[in-house]
Design a protein around this ligand. Structure first.
Ligand code: NDP
Length: 335
């Protein structure tokens, strides 16, 4: 098991979690509707940082110190007291960072199939990050063909799909990322028109002016902070900003003030925060769209696969220093 040690007010570190090796007795689920799963893949997601803080006012409660980390996973049912989930079924949803989990909230998982698409993609392209990209781009950004689109944290779980959907839609797309390897992926594998390493750019306003001499129509914001500030200065009239996440502020206890937010007013920009969970009704449409495009080779999806449950703490902490290249997943066991 990977145990959550205690609350922190900064970006997570590997040492905030403890890998506990031993045997835990799990009672056979009987008369409860519960079922036991063997976990195959676990997901590392930035929102998990919020659950490591002792704050109860959020849309999701904090982790319980001393208990295994909870998160999205893909698992196989091994014993069941629930007529809807039989041994051998593959499921995806909320599970524990452990080899086996007793699932007591079956409504938090759905059955998935093993087909030509990798099973672990249920944590990325076909899962919560995928829906975030799809709903954020089509519903929040109101894209039009020919729009100039900028995506930050562009090689990550959400960003890599936003950029590709924008390009399929006929937009001009530029992405930012934190290493030259990621920039190379954006330009040569994910098909972004342009990409840059924001860590090598001393003046982000000048950088955005260089890539968008005519301004930005859509900014899909995954990072907040200085990049949002610079993007606001470069928005066109009637631009749209999807406020998807602010991963650059996750380490700070005192997020910055409004700064360039005043541009929202002068340029009549629509900037909208959103949660992918507001768009669950789009799930079937979203799956059809990405699966069709993936099968036709029009979409690719990059995963960063760590091997073994014991690699999970470093992988989660790595999200906040940009160690992951693509969607961070842990392989706990082979299918
Ligand atoms: P990623 O796979 O993109 O991993 C996080 C990435 O963030 C890192 O690889 C790193 O990339 C970048 N990063 C880390 N620290 C900083 C920093 N200080 N400044 C700039 N970039 C940084 O994560 P996801 O794709 O899963 O999530 C992307 C964003 O979307 C997050 O903000 C997340 O909270 C949000 N989100 C929102 C949802 C919603 O419903 N609104 C649902 C899911 C995700 P790099 O090397 O490029 O810096």
């Amino acid at each position: 098991q990977v145990i959550f040690k205690g609350y922190v007010e900064r970006a997570p570190r590997e040492t905030d979690m403890e890998v506990r090796i031993g045997t835990v007795e799990v009672k056979t689920p009987k008369g409860s509707g519960a079922f036991l799963v063997k976990n195959l893949y676990l997901s590392c997601d930035p929102y998990m940082r919020g659950r490591m803080r002792d704050y109860h006012g959020s849309y999701i409660p904090p982790f319980v110190p001393g208990q295994p980390i909870q998160g999205f996973g893909v698992s196989k049912v091994v014993a069941s007291d629930n007529p809807d989930f039989k041994p051998g079924d593959l499921v995806s949803g909320i599970t524990g960072w452990e080899e086996y989990s007793l699932i007591q909230k079956p409504e938090q998982l759905r059955r998935v199939q093993q087909d030509d698409i990798p099973l672990s993609f249920n944590l990325g392209l076909l899962g919560m990050p995928g829906l975030t990209a799809y709903a954020g781009f089509y519903e929040v950004c109101s894209p039009k063909k020919g729009d100039y689109v900028f995506v930050s944290a562009a090689s990550g779980a959400v960003g890599q799909l936003v950029g590709q959907l924008a390009k399929l839609h006929g937009c001009y797309v530029v992405g930012s990322a934190g290493t030259s390897q990621k920039v190379d992926l954006l330009k040569n594998k994910l098909g972004f028109h342009e990409a840059f390493n924001y860590k090598e750019e001393p003046n982000l306003d000048a950088t955005l002016k260089r890539y968008f001499p005519e301004g930005i129509d859509i900014y899909f914001d995954n990072v907040g902070g200085d990049m949002l500030d610079a993007a606001l200065l470069n928005m066109r009239i009637s631009g749209r900003i999807a406020v998807c996440g602010m991963v650059s502020l996750h380490s700070l206890s005192d997020p910055q003030g409004i700064g360039n937010l005043f541009n929202l007013l002068t340029k009549r920009i629509r900037m909208q925060g959103f949660l992918q969970s507001d768009y669950l009704h789009l799930y079937p449409k979203f799956l059809e769209h990405v699966i069709n495009n993936y099968r036709q080779g029009k979409l690719v999806y990059i995963e960063d696969m760590n091997e073994g449950l014991e690699s999970a703490p470093a992988a989660l902490a790595g999200l906040f220093s940009g160690k992951n290249v693509g969607k961070q997943v842990i392989r706990v066991a082979y299918e």
